[in-house]
Design a protein around this ligand. Structure first.
Ligand SMILES: *Cc1c(COP(=O)(O)O)cnc(C)c1O
Length: 425
């Protein structure tokens, strides 16, 4: 049985499988909570983008903050992707898997001088600069190092992506980017600074976007600026439209990556910018539905007002539900028609009322059974914490029936490493 939006996660008889691997078997073998990712699913999502981009001047940069496990990075690096990074730590991760720095764009509103210095030494394709003062600091850092920083300005196009307010980033009220109205002036200032060379323009309007129109609006807003900036003699080599394409968590019907790309390329062509290099920064749409989070049911706790299904995964392992009120599918790893269904909030062991993974779900489970949170490949493990001194989950990658452990479960000793007691009094 297929699960909508999850071509690589399905039921084979009673068993939930990722590719050809039975999730309950993986849960028994590696313990829970356990993240399971399908390499095939990741590559299939990438292929979706590439079908439309073939033969076009482009660079697809995986926005690695969605899932930064080294093996996940390796999958995209081997497939020839570039990377969108947002910190010095992410830079070290991509360098560790041997990525060519000329395929890295560096985003983020708060780059530190040392992060800038390291990225300059590595030779990243572009710093996506988000403010006037950042331009000055970057120019200073580059000049002091005897280097020239290639830059793009992140424009806030002020378009509404029609998504959750916490994940809209291209509205005037957001902290991100440089206001469209000031962009030409800022480009002129940037072009005159000694340590900088203008190479591009970028935006990123939000996340979990399920319509094409906001992208086309953003492309138009960027191209208007490209034309204005170039009329001042400043060349723009690439146009970076960011990421943000949504996935199916419940019944969303986002456009396919192929359709989105065709529409964007069509707009570039229609405006006479077809030869310009297009840069993309997709995150969620490449990895989100490639992963599930498996968890063991600990207790069924009936209540007067509500029932609770207490599982061993919690908000520290998967924060999306409580952070954004996000709805994520939760399903039995083994379906058993003989089990009675129990309607309950699915919650974890963390001492917070906000520790929930799903509300009012029907699950036919008993303690000791496994459930899986679907669509957990993006912004799951990447945002996991140690709250309540919980070790972060293990992660496995599967491909067909092959399985590899790609991150060991974090031990308590791992967590305490680096902490120090006070001197004895
Ligand atoms: C988070 C982010 C992305 C990726 O967003 P998705 O919604 O995961 O595709 C791309 N670019 C920037 C600058 C980001 O901050």
């Amino acid at each position: 049985m297929k699960l909508p939006g999850h071509p690589h996660v399905r039921y084979r008889g009673a068993d939930l499988v990722v590719d050809d691997c039975v999730v309950a078997d993986l849960a028994r073998r590696f313990g829970t909570p356990l993240y399971v990712y399908s390499r095939r699913a990741m590559l299939a999502s990438l292929a979706d983008y590439r079908r439309a981009l073939a033969g076009r001047n482009h660079l697809l940069c995986y926005a690695m903050k969605a899932n930064s496990n080294l093996a996940v990075l390796q999958v995209f690096a081997e497939a020839g992707c570039g990377f969108d990074i947002v910190s010095g730590g992410e830079l070290e991760r991509v360098l560790a898997v041997g990525v060519d720095p000329a395929r890295i764009v560096f985003s983020g509103v708060g780059k530190t001088r040392s992060e800038m210095r390291r990225a300059l030494d590595a030779g990243v394709l572009s710093f996506n600069v988000e403010s006037d003062p950042e331009l000055d600091v970057l120019s200073e850092v580059a000049a002091a190092a005897g280097k020239v920083a290639r830059i793009s300005l992140r424009i806030n196009p002020d378009v509404d992506p029609q998504t959750h307010p916490y994940i809209s980033t291209g509205l005037k009220a957001n902290k991100f980017g440089i206001a469209h109205a000031h962009a030409v002036d800022t480009y002129r200032r940037a072009a005159a600074l000694p340590g900088l060379r203008v190479v591009g323009i970028d935006c990123h309007i939000g996340s979990q976007i399920t319509a094409v129109d906001p992208y086309l609006d953003a492309v138009d807003r960027l191209l208007d600026l490209v034309e204005a900036i170039e009329s001042h003699g400043i060349a723009i080599e690439h146009v970076d439209i960011g990421g943000g394409l949504g996935i199916t968590y419940a019944n969303e019907e986002p456009p396919s990556a192929e359709l989105l790309m065709k529409s964007v390329l069509g707009r570039l062509d229609a405006r006479g910018h077809g030869q310009r290099k297009l840069v993309l920064e997709p995150g969620r749409s490449l990895v989100g539905n490639a992963g599930v989070l498996a968890s063991e049911v600990l207790y069924l706790k009936p209540g007067d007002e509500k029932n609770f299904c207490i599982v061993d995964a919690a908000m520290n392992d998967m924060i999306r539900p409580t952070l954004y009120g996000a709805w994520m599918g939760i399903v039995e790893c083994t379906r058993d028609a003989a089990r009675p269904a129990f309607r309950a909030d699915v919650v974890g062991p963390v001492c917070e009322s906000g520790d929930w993974l799903g509300r009012d779900r029907e699950l036919a489970v008993q303690p000791g059974d496994f459930v899986a949170v679907l669509s957990a490949g993006a912004y799951g493990m990447a945002a996991a914490s140690n709250y309540n001194t919980r070790g972060r989950p293990a992660e496995v990658m599967v491909d067909g029936s092959d399985v590899w452990l790609i991150r060991e479960r974090e031990s308590t000793a791992d967590q305490m490493r680096g902490e120090h007691l006070l001197p004895v009094r």
